[in-house]
Design a protein around this ligand. Structure first.
Ligand code: TXA
Ligand code: MG
Length: 324
């Protein structure tokens, strides 16, 4: 049997037997297992070398199924769910006992989302359990946006990779929690902050997702160095940085500019038209490509701080953070 394909029957079979299947979503590929099975979920942590204190997102195909494993959904959660699902938004909600503690790393909250990808929605419809799925990369590395990325790094540890092509959003979901009637953004991502603010009212939204605040490993999944390539990433004004580094040793990532003094295969302009959605879609692939080059440094410039620009900057800053 081919290990990569579009065979949903095969994927269902593995998942029912507590196996691991990589699934495409609109954000990034996930490494999925039956969220109701502690045995299956333990295999995810092992395959990724993921620390057990870092909880997983559960994926389902409709809100009715979500209601079967959360205690309740606050008004703002219902509002966000109906506006964004299926889509790149994850909600933190109080869990029922049916969700094993290993999924939430002991937290009373479970992360929930309905992804927007036809193949994965079809798969989820055929299952009577949700899928726990972190991004399908070794812990700490860049998230995969193509089936080939998953195969390269985790292929040997996974039963099957469902190939849904290239991810359309390209960065992970936005994660939000609820405190009273406030909406707390824990991770910037594919659903823009502006869109969330517009829906629930700007005065009700706070962001607790700054890289500097994410140093405490007790805040699960908020380790500072994350989404990081092997090469050192340096952020700043590209022209300035170019004066300080040996051209033989660097590759560069920009939003739309090309630098004639650098060879073409060592630079990526994420979107020549300056479209931040396109830039987000290409970011992780670009980092992976540049990471394979025989260079020492990847120089990157920050994006404008609106729309998905904020989430891209968050990922670039994490990629640039020193490893702990
Ligand atoms: O777009 C995405 O969110 C992708 C796709 C596959 O859905 N998934 C993803 O999962 O990015 P992962 O595991 O790489 O990142 C999930 C983040 C982690 O930072 C984790 O700490 C946080 O979600 N998280 C999950 N459950 C949580 C919980 N109960 N409380 C707080 N944070 C939680
Ligand atoms: Mg991840």
């Amino acid at each position: 049997m081919e290990q990569i394909g579009k065979d949903i029957v095969q994927a269902v079979q593995f998942l029912k037997e507590d196996g691991l299947v990589a699934i495409p979503t609109e954000t990034v590929y996930g490494l999925a297992a039956n969220a109701f099975s502690a045995t299956a979920v333990a295999k995810i942590f092992a395959a990724k070398n993921r620390p057990s204190f870092n909880p997983l997102i559960t994926h389902t195909h409709d809100v009715e199924q979500v209601k079967q494993y959360v205690q309740y959904m606050p008004e703002a959660a219902l509002q966000l769910a109906s506006a964004f699902w299926p889509g790149p938004l994850t909600l933190l909600l109080p869990k029922k006992d049916i969700i094993p503690d290993i999924v939430t790393a002991g937290s009373e909250l479970v992360a929930v989302r309905i992804p927007k990808h036809p193949l994965t929605l079809e798969l989820l419809q055929q299952l009577d359990f949700p899928l726990a799925a972190p991004s399908a990369n070794p812990f700490g590395y860049i998230s995969p946006t193509k089936a080939a990325h998953v195969e390269e790094q985790l292929g040997e540890r996974i039963d099957y990779i469902l190939d849904g092509g290239e991810c359309k959003v390209g960065i992970e979901s936005t994660i939000v929690g609820f405190e009273g009637d406030r909406v707390i953004v824990n991770r910037l991502g594919g659903a823009s902050l502006e869109a969330i603010e517009e829906l629930v009212g700007k005065e009700r939204v706070s962001v607790h997702a700054k890289v500097e605040e994410n140093m405490n490993p007790k805040a699960p999944g908020m380790l500072k160095s994350h989404y990081a390539p092997g090469k050192k990433v340096l952020i700043g004004n590209i022209s300035d940085l170019l004066n300080h580094y040996n051209k033989e040793e660097i590759a560069i990532i920009t939003l739309k500019d090309y630098y004639p003094q650098i060879s073409n295969d060592r630079q990526v302009a994420l979107s020549v038209s300056g479209d931040l959605n396109e830039a987000a879609q290409r970011l992780f692939s670009a980092l992976r490509e540049l990471d394979k080059l025989p260079v020492k440094f990847i120089l990157a410039e920050l994006m404008p701080e609106y729309g998905l620009g904020k989430a891209i900057n968050d990922r670039l800053m994490r990629a640039a953070a020193d490893k702990e």
